[in-house]
Design a protein around this ligand. Structure first.
Ligand code: FES
Length: 112
């Protein structure tokens, strides 16, 4: 894959300033594209992206509560690691994660 093709997988989300601290925005994608992506910002201004689907029963993680580098699912309160998408023990499961980059205050997510 060429450098240009690699670059084309980055999708613009929004300005970092438009991402709520300890909150999320949703990058909408159709089911055929794999479903919506939740883009989170924590209180250290670190940005993470996960599939907006809890590994338990598909709850919308974008509506969960962000704390540290984790989000609590709004449906049954599972805790999901924002870096990896893994459910914290004792729960077991994983949701897809995506690379994020911030360029001149713009947030991009890598959607291969
Ligand atoms: S759907 Fe997320 S904890 Fe149940």
């Amino acid at each position: 894959m060429s450098a240009i093709e690699t670059e084309m997988t980055w999708r613009y989300v929004c300005k970092l300033d438009d991402l709520p601290v300890l909150g999320a925005r949703v990058l909408e994608r159709g089911e055929e594209e794999g479903g919506n992506v939740a883009v989170f910002r924590n209180d250290q201004n670190v940005v993470f992206a996960l599939l907006d689907k809890c590994p338990h029963k598909g709850g919308p993680l974008s509506q969960g509560i962000v704390f540290g580098e984790r989000v609590a699912c709004p449906l049954h309160n599972w805790t999901i690691e924002l870096k990896s998408g893994d459910a914290a023990a004792p729960d077991v499961g994983c949701t897809a994660r995506f690379d994020v980059k911030i360029n001149n205050g713009d947030v991009f997510v890598d959607l291969p």
